[in-house]
Design a protein around this ligand. Structure first.
Ligand code: ZN
Ligand code: ZN
Length: 342
C-alpha cells in the first residue's frame, strides 16, 4: 500500500510502497482509511520537536487523525465488524493500567500512538485496537468526520475544562481559529455562556469565527491585547484558550487575562514565562491540554450527530501531502485539510 512516511527530520514526507499492517494480537483492528486529517503536530514531528520526548526510530508513517472502515479484526474483537464505518481515537490504550481505569486514555502507561510512535493513517490502512474505535452512524462519510479524532477531541477537552467558568457575563478568547479553533468557538457557544472573542491573523478565518458564534473578531498582532482589554471594559478576559502556542501568543495570552483568569494552552512550541508575583497577585490558572479521552470523543460525536458542531474541511489526495503540509505551515488552510487515499 502507499504511505506518506517521515524518513528524516526537516525533509518532505516520502510516499512509499509499504506492506499492509497485519493483525498480530486478539484485540487488533485494521482500519481502511477513509480520511486522515493533517495537523500542526505533523509539522512539529517533521521538525523533530518531538524526537527526544517520543524517542522513536525513523522511518514511520504519520497521520493521527483517522476515520474509515473496519477491514480486519483480531480473534477477541466483539464490538465492531468488518465494514463498519468508524472514527479512531488517536491512541491505543491498554485498558488495565490505573490511568486507563480512571478514563484517562492519554495517560495510559502502555500507550501506543499511531502517527507519533508507530505507523499512522497517512496510508491506505491503519492498525489500531478495538478500544480506540467509535462506530459512526450509517451514511456518515469517514472523511467528513476524521478531524474530530484529534482537532475536535482536543478542542472539546480544552473547552469542557473551562466551560464551568464560562458563565453569563464572562468573556472567552480563542487565539487561532484554524483546525482546532473553529471547533472550539462552536463548543464554547454550545457548552458555555461567555461572550466569545476570536483572534487570528487571517481575515477569512475571523469571518468564519463570527459565523460560528464569536461576538468579536480581533486581528492578531501587537494590538491584540489592547483590543481584548477594550472589548472587556479594560478588565481582560476570564478565559483565554491558545491554539497557537508561540512565544508571542503565550505572552499575550497571559496579558489578556483579568484577575482570576484562566489561560488554557493547546498549541505548543513556544516558551511560557510568567512571573510568580503576577501568578499570585492575579490568581491566574494555567491549564495544559493533551488530546482527549475516548468518552470525550464519544460526547463530541453526539454533538456532531445533533448538528450542534460542524467541521470545515477540505479534501486532498494522499499524494498531495507535502503540498498540504506546506500550506498549513504558511497558514493557508481554512478549517482542516483531510487526506483521502486513492
Ligand atoms: Zn494533531
Ligand atoms: Zn493503560
Amino acid at each position: 500500500m502507499k504511505a506518506a512516511r517521515l524518513v528524516a527530520y526537516n525533509q518532505r514526507l516520502r510516499l512509499e510502497e509499504v506492506a499492509e499492517p497485519e493483525i498480530t494480537g486478539p484485540h487488533d483492528v485494521i482500519v481502511k482509511i477513509g480520511g486522515a486529517g493533517v495537523c500542526h503536530t505533523d509539522l512539529h514531528l517533521i521538525q523533530g520537536v518531538w524526537a527526544e520526548t517520543l524517542g522513536v526510530d525513523l522511518p514511520y508513517t504519520l497521520g493521527h487523525e483517522n476515520a474509515g472502515w473496519v477491514h480486519a479484526v483480531g480473534a477477541a474483537v466483539t464490538t465492531v465488524q468488518v465494514g463498519d464505518p468508524v472514527i479512531v481515537h488517536p491512541v491505543m490504550s491498554c485498558g488495565t493500567c490505573l490511568a486507563c481505569r480512571r478514563g484517562e486514555d492519554m495517560h495510559c502507561e502502555n500507550l501506543v500512538f499511531p502517527g507519533l510512535t508507530v505507523d499512522g493513517g497517512f496510508a491506505e490502512y491503519l492498525k489500531t485496537n478495538e478500544r480506540a474505535l467509535i462506530k459512526l452512524p450509517p451514511g456518515v462519510d469517514p472523511a467528513d468526520v476524521a478531524p474530530y479524532a484529534d482537532a475536535g477531541i482536543t478542542a472539546y477537552r480544552a473547552v469542557r475544562k473551562v466551560a464551568p467558568l464560562a458563565r453569563p457575563g464572562t468573556t472567552a478568547v480563542v487565539v487561532g481559529v484554524g483546525g482546532l479553533g473553529h471547533i472550539a468557538v462552536q463548543l464554547l457557544r454550545e457548552l458555555g455562556n461567555a461572550t466569545i472573542i476570536a483572534v487570528d491573523t487571517h481575515e477569512g478565518r475571523l469571518g468564519m469565527a463570527l459565523e460560528l458564534g464569536a461576538a468579536h473578531a480581533v486581528r492578531a498582532g501587537e494590538k491584540a491585547v489592547s483590543s481584548v482589554r477594550s472589548l472587556t471594559g479594560g478588565r481582560g478576559a476570564d478565559i483565554v484558550i491558545d491554539f497557537v502556542g508561540s512565544d508571542v501568543t503565550h505572552r499575550q495570552g497571559v496579558e489578556m487575562l483579568r484577575k482570576g483568569g484562566t489561560y488554557s494552552i493547546v498549541g505548543y512550541g513556544g516558551q511560557l514565562s510568567v512571573p510568580s508575583l503576577a501568578m499570585i497577585n492575579n490568581e491566574f490558572t494555567i491549564v495544559g491540554n493533551l488530546v482527549g479521552n475516548y468518552s470525550e470523543l464519544w460526547e463530541l460525536m453526539q454533538l456532531h450527530a445533533q448538528g450542534k458542531v460542524k467541521l470545515h474541511t477540505s479534501r486532498y489526495a494522499l499524494d498531495e501531502v507535502n503540498a498540504v503540509l506546506e500550506r498549513l505551515e504558511h497558514g493557508q488552510v481554512n478549517g482542516r485539510a483531510v487526506l483521502v487515499p486513492a
